[in-house]
Design a binder for this molecule. Sequence first.
Ligand SMILES: [Zn+2]
Length: 194
Amino acid sequence: MKRKLVVSSQEDLQIHLVRYLMLSVRCKICDSGTLVQRNKFRMSGPVVAIGYILLIPSILGILFSAFLFFSPASKTDGPNENTKKRVTEEMQNAGIPAQVINAVLKGDKKPVDDWLDRDSDQDGRTIRQEMVVSSAQSRMRPDSSGRAFASGVIGGISIFMGVISFIGGLLGWLLVMKRQILECNVCSAVVNAS
Ligand SMILES: [Zn+2]
C-alpha cells in the first residue's frame, strides 16, 4: 500500500508547509544549523571601496551640474538688475527724458529713434546725451558682451559633467551592489539565494 500525504484541513496544510520550509533551510553540510538570509557585497572589499569612492563624487557631480544647469548663469534673460540700475542712473544724471529712459530699459527702439531724429537745436539735446543713450542701449541688449556665448558654454559644461557623473555613479553602484545569500548560523557555509 502506498503512503499518501493526507491533508484533511487548512491547518494541516499549513503544518506541512512549515515543515517543508524548515527542512529546506536546514544546513546540508553540518546538518544542525539553519540557513539565514543575508545580504553580501557582490565584489571583494577593495572593489567595494573603489565603488564608494566613485559613487560619492558622482552624486556630488550630478547635484552640482544640475545646480549649474538651472542657475541664472546659464540663462540668457537679459541684463541683470544691477546693470539696469546703473544704466538708469547714468541716463538720469545726463538729463535724458523719462520716456526715453523707459524705452531704453524695455528695449523699445522706436521712442529712442524718434528722440534722436528730432532737431537737436530745438530739443536742447547734446552729443554727450546721445552717447549716454546709445551706450545704455547696447548694454541693455540680451546678448551683449558675449553673454549668450558664455551661457551656452556653461550649459554645455553642466550637461557634460552631468553625463560623466552619471556614468561614474552607475559604475560605482554596480560595484557596491549586494546579493542575497543563505548562510549557516553554525558552520557559516554559504548557499546562493538569488
Ligand atoms: Zn552548517
